[in-house]
Design a protein around this ligand. Structure first.
Ligand SMILES: [Zn+2]
Length: 301
């Protein structure tokens, strides 16, 4: 017996499942990943064997397992629903995997888990105040932490800003509304607005072409950055965070994404002393691109 305590975090994605073993502070000690298989039974089997594998002979000192998953998540019961990429209608993920592991399992949505992971990596123990994580992934959503605690809201929908309709004349959204933010500023929508050859990420290409003077690229980039800054302002002016973290696949664009965001933000500030006074640009950070944020955050959430 040791008095060491460990946590395991599992990030369930559409293509891979990744698990980390961490100490109580979230420092990663080991990690494992497997390709994701579709279907609820396979997902439970894969996460259970991955948790056992990553914990190894320290499994008996693991106090808690956290999981982050796409789809609708009831974090109170651990039930997940409508995970389209994995062919899951509903699955008692928390109960089934907890039973097989003999451990308490907490399930949260993948954006919330990544928010906790990004804040842990960027802020460390300094959890005071509010942090917003903007996930520019396939869709757009925010994770909100207040004093280190994830905010779920009344029905679990806190931070679902991707489906705020900002322009009723613009694109139809699969959610049924018109002009939602995520129809313009998410990874999937930028890929639709600025198609590139296979394997070429659209956002860096769009920024490079716009800077090179391509008129189409400048028009599309203006739309995208307009929506990004709308998202920043909606999140920032709702909860006045000390830090706004850009994450998700589109954030791998890196500094050029921050630069074009600041261009749009500063243009707005030029005519609005209120906005300028908030100095939102100084609060924006990039999520670390090389850390398994979803799995780390799942362990800590
Ligand atoms: Zn929508």
């Amino acid at each position: 017996m040791t008095d060491k305590q460990y946590l395991v975090g599992v990030d369930i994605g559409g293509t891979k499942i990744e698990a980390v073993l961490t100490d109580a502070s979230g420092a990663v000690l080991d990690s494992k990943r497997v390709p994701a298989r579709r279907g609820g039974d396979n997902v439970v089997e894969d996460v259970v064997s991955l948790v056992r594998e990553v914990a190894g002979d320290r499994l008996s000192d693991v106090t808690r397992v956290g999981m982050g998953t796409p789809g609708q998540v009831d974090s109170t019961t651990g039930r997940i629903a409508n995970v389209v990429n994995l062919d899951i209608d509903t699955l008692e993920l928390g109960a089934l995997s907890g039973e097989r592991l003999g451990l308490p399992v907490h399930v949260d949505n993948d954006v919330n888990a990544a928010a906790v992971g990004a804040a842990a990596v960027l802020c460390g123990d300094d959890t005071d105040g509010t942090v917003v994580f903007l996930n520019f992934g396939t869709g757009l959503a925010a994770g909100i932490l207040i004093d280190g605690v994830l905010q779920h809201g009344y029905s679990g929908a806190a931070g679902e800003i991707g489906h705020v309709p900002v322009d009723p004349n613009r694109f139809a959204c699969p959610c049924g509304q018109q002009g939602c933010l995520e129809t313009v500023c998410s990874g999937a929508s930028v890929a639709r607005l600025w198609p590139t050859a296979d394997g070429v990420p659209p956002m860096p290409d769009l920024i490079a072409k716009a800077r090179g003077g391509d008129a189409d690229a400048r028009r599309v980039l203006a739309m995208v950055t307009h929506a990004i800054v709308d998202a920043v302002q909606i999140a920032a002016q709702s909860v006045d965070p000390r830090m706004i973290i850009f994450g998700g696949g589109m954030a791998k664009t890196g500094q050029p994404l921050i630069d074009v965001t600041l261009d749009e933000l500063h243009a707005r500030e030029a005519s609005c002393p209120f906005l300028k006074g908030l100095d939102l640009g100084s609060r924006i950070r990039l999520a670390p691109a090389d850390a398994p944020l979803g799995a780390i955050g799942a362990a800590l959430a």
